[in-house]
Design a protein around this ligand. Structure first.
Ligand code: M6R
Length: 364
């Protein structure tokens, strides 16, 4: 039931602090400050390549995980859309780990890719929200998300729970590969445990984002920019907006702007920039200035330091708490979800049942 909420999507956005905490509980041992995965009967340190396969929002969670696995655990990752995977005849390493990500556990292309990998002798891991689903049953290593039933067609809480599991998994790989000592593992565990509070802080901006919706609702096109692990968030933000408000939106890696999409910029195209402060912030600021010099209207989503440095001249800013890079994608998911939600409400579309879409895509 929707309770006091107007839509399931809104309810599910607000459930995120609770369900992310619930999910993290089964992957972390807070007392010992350790990451603890479900029983695994294969040697993680022997895995030297991971293949990730998923669709839609789950694919974007996989893209974020690629950054994490490579950065923290130094394990190379290949990632494919499930609908492309089998047909490109991928070369799979002997005994490699294939990781499938799916809210429903029933998406036809993802399930077919899983079965393909099984035939190719891969170890099958699945991050799945529905425990009784086909993927959950067929995986060697089931990594459940505890988001609870997700009713809104636009995925929200399943996404942040997927990220929570994938962050813990990447940290676990890093420990097993000898790249994190106990003290460093403890620091990561503490940061992950802060995620629910940071999600709450992000949700505090709900009203402010609702007030901003009228700036975006009239647009025909919207661009989202992000860098590093926040680049997939730009893609996710664009997908959310398209799905429920029917506004054309595209996500780009910030540095790619000048290689084409900047030609679209004028004062009618809002540009949403996802940019936590950090080593790459300066570069994103110059990408923003390129947009502003062409009359583009920027909405900057950053932390206090980022907004102090680059907020001037923006059409609007949304201030996120300052967070560790490992949890930034979880926290920055909230403002992009809220923005899509409020724009859709402003446009009067059917938020929970957008046209042409099904919750679970069971045809290839
Ligand atoms: O159930 P799955 O996670 O496998 O679903 C994958 C996509 O169909 C899904 O994420 C879709 O893109 C959502 N509607 C996005 O909000």
């Amino acid at each position: 039931e929707k309770g006091n909420y107007r839509h399931f999507m809104q309810k599910e956005i607000f459930e995120q602090p609770t369900v992310v905490a619930q999910t993290l509980r089964s992957y972390l041992r807070p007392g010992e400050q350790r990451v603890a995965l479900p029983q695994i009967d294969f040697d993680i340190s022997a895995i030297d390549r991971i293949t990730i396969v998923a669709c839609g929002t789950s694919y974007y969670a996989g893209m974020v995980a690629k950054y994490w696995f490579e950065q923290f655990a130094r394990v190379p990752v290949d990632i494919d859309y499930a609908s492309e995977f089998r047909y490109r005849e991928p070369v799979l390493p002997d005994g490699g780990l294939a990781l499938f990500i799916s809210q429903s556990g029933e998406t036809a292309d993802t399930l077919a890719a899983l079965r393909h990998c099984r035939k190719q002798g891969q170890v099958i891991a699945a991050v799945v929200n529905v425990p009784t689903s086909s993927m959950a049953r067929e995986a060697d290593l089931l990594l459940p998300t505890h988001a609870g039933p997700e009713i809104g067609v636009a995925s929200t809480k399943a996404f942040t729970c997927q990220l929570a599991v994938l962050a813990a998994l990447a940290a676990h790989f890093a420990v097993k590969k000898g790249l994190l000592n106990h003290r460093e593992e403890a620091i990561i565990v503490d940061h992950l445990l802060e995620a629910p509070a940071c999600l709450n802080a992000a949700l505090d901006h709900d009203e402010e984002i609702a007030d901003m919706a009228h700036l975006i609702a009239p647009a025909r096109d919207v661009l989202y920019l992000g860098r590093g692990a926040d680049f997939p968030l730009a893609l996710e933000g664009a997908l959310k907006l398209k799905e429920i408000s029917y506004i054309h939106a595209e996500g780009y890696a910030s540095g790619e702007m000048k290689h084409g999409p900047i030609a679209l910029i004028d004062d009618k195209v809002p540009v949403i920039v996802l940019a936590p402060s950090g080593p790459l912030f300066e570069k994103t600021v110059s990408n923003m200035q390129e947009v502003q010099a062409r009359g583009g209207k920027v909405v900057l989503i950053s932390d206090k330091a980022g907004i102090e440095q680059a907020g001037e001249g923006c059409m609007a800013v949304i201030e996120m708490p300052k967070v560790h890079p490992l949890i930034a994608p979880l926290v920055y998911a909230v403002p992009v979800q809220l923005l899509a939600y409020h724009v859709a409400v402003a446009k009067g579309t059917d938020v929970d049942q957008p046209r042409n879409l099904a919750k679970s895509v069971t045809v290839e």
